[in-house]
Design a protein around this ligand. Structure first.
Ligand SMILES: Nc1ncnc2c1ncn2[C@@H]1O[C@H](COP(=O)(O)OP(=O)(O)O)[C@@H](O)[C@H]1O
Ligand SMILES: [Mg+2]
Length: 345
């Protein structure tokens, strides 16, 4: 009988801000009554002190009004969900993907896709599960750099199945567009396809998803990087671009979406003569170091201009797979190592 009375008293206590009561919400545990004294547990899932105090004082009030003098409340703390600042505003992460790394560049032809492919392959060799998403609409590169000529299959639930190659999951706009698709049509497809590519691809559980962004750091890229939660970004540039504002623009774009720039990769940094081994600085030097110091981001790698890299690109295999023993392949592996260290930090 008393249990029923206690229950109906406790049902008068509404959860602050809600029309439902604390009993319905499951906060009340182990109610016991002995000789006019009440013992109960209150299980909180919130850490908000004002909410907790409100509930406790309301419980005491209704029990006192119900004729109970001795009230003993034990507080039980349920595991608290870590506070998610601005949860509604934060972009969603891609289901199953642990880390998403964007590879960006101020302009095309600087080796962004080459860096993305080799970084991915090096991460794979280090034992991580890896995907590459090529979002460069105007110059999709995965069909060439990875030698993929298949069309992805659509699965149950309208999910696109990534192409498996070199033990990595690959998706590119180039897999779906044929070479004769007019550029205007491509433009119209971009925004629609991009969000489909981010969320309607069945990536499965992967450690790293490498995004090969379209060149440039304008509105299109900004919109794109706003659609998903990125772990970090890498900006690829050549030494002569560093004199320009490319890296800074890139850094600004990512800071707008609160994405840390993990660092800069200077590509085609220098050239080693294949016959005599002479190292020549074909472009001005030191720009990468200067720029990275100025922006307080590390210079992650200086990759030489190198015939092997070019040949690997044409062969449909990233250099890290094509010529794993080459010096440049070692540099890409070091880059991957640095990236994992930064991401884990
Ligand atoms: N370090 C390098 N040495 C020699 N050739 C390179 C190097 N980096 C890239 N390339 C070549 O330059 C061309 C452009 O590179 P790519 O990665 O497609 O650039 P982006 O994606 O920035 O447009 C490709 O043919 C590629 O093989
Ligand atoms: Mg490219």
């Amino acid at each position: 009988m008393n249990q029923d009375k206690l229950k109906s008293l406790l049902q008068q206590v509404k959860y602050p801000g809600f029309s439902k009561d604390v009993v319905t919400f499951g906060l009340i545990q182990n109610v016991q009554e002995t000789e006019g004294a009440v013992e109960l547990g209150v299980k909180f899932t919130t850490e908000k002190e004002e909410v907790r105090q409100q509930i406790l004082s309301d419980i005491e009030k209704v029990l006192r009004e119900g004729g109970y003098e001795k009230i003993n409340i034990e507080i039980i703390q349920a595991p608290v969900k870590p506070a998610q600042p601005d949860e509604a505003a934060a972009p969603p992460s891609i289901p199953g993907v642990k880390h998403t790394i964007a590879v960006a560049s101020g302009k095309g032809g600087v080796g962004k896709s080459t860096v993305a492919a080799n970084l991915a392959a090096a991460l794979r060799k280090q034992g991580h599960s890896v995907g590459i998403l090529d979002l460069d609409v105007y110059g999709p590169s995965l069909p060439i750099t990875m030698g993929v000529h298949e069309t992805p299959k659509v699965q149950e639930g309208n999910k696109l199945q990534p192409i498996q190659k070199f033990d990595m999951s690959l998706m590119s706009l180039g897999f779906l567009l044929n070479d004769n698709s007019p550029v205007i049509w491509r433009g119209a497809m971009v925004s629609k396809m991009v969000s489909q590519f981010l969320f309607d691809v069945n990536w499965g559980d992967i450690d790293y998803l490498i995004l090969d962004l379209p060149p440039g750091t304008g509105d299109v890229q900004l919109t794109l990087v706003q659609q998903i939660a990125l772990t970090g970004a890498i900006i690829v540039t050549t030494p002569q671009d560093l004199a320009l504002k490319d890296v800074e623009r890139g850094a600004n774009m990512f800071s707008k979406v609160n994405t840390p720039v993990l660092g800069i990769v200077e590509n085609m940094s220098y050239h080693i003569c294949p016959s005599c081994g002479h190292k020549s600085q074909i472009f001005s030097t030191g720009g990468g170091t200067k720029e990275s110091e100025r922006l307080h981001v590390p210079l992650l790698a200086k990759i030489p201009l190198n015939e092997e890299i070019m040949k690997a690109g044409e062969s449909g295999e990233p250099l890290v797979i094509y010529l794993p023993e080459s010096e440049a392949a070692t540099m890409f592996r070091t880059l991957a190592q640095k990236v994992t260290e930064l991401v884990e930090k």
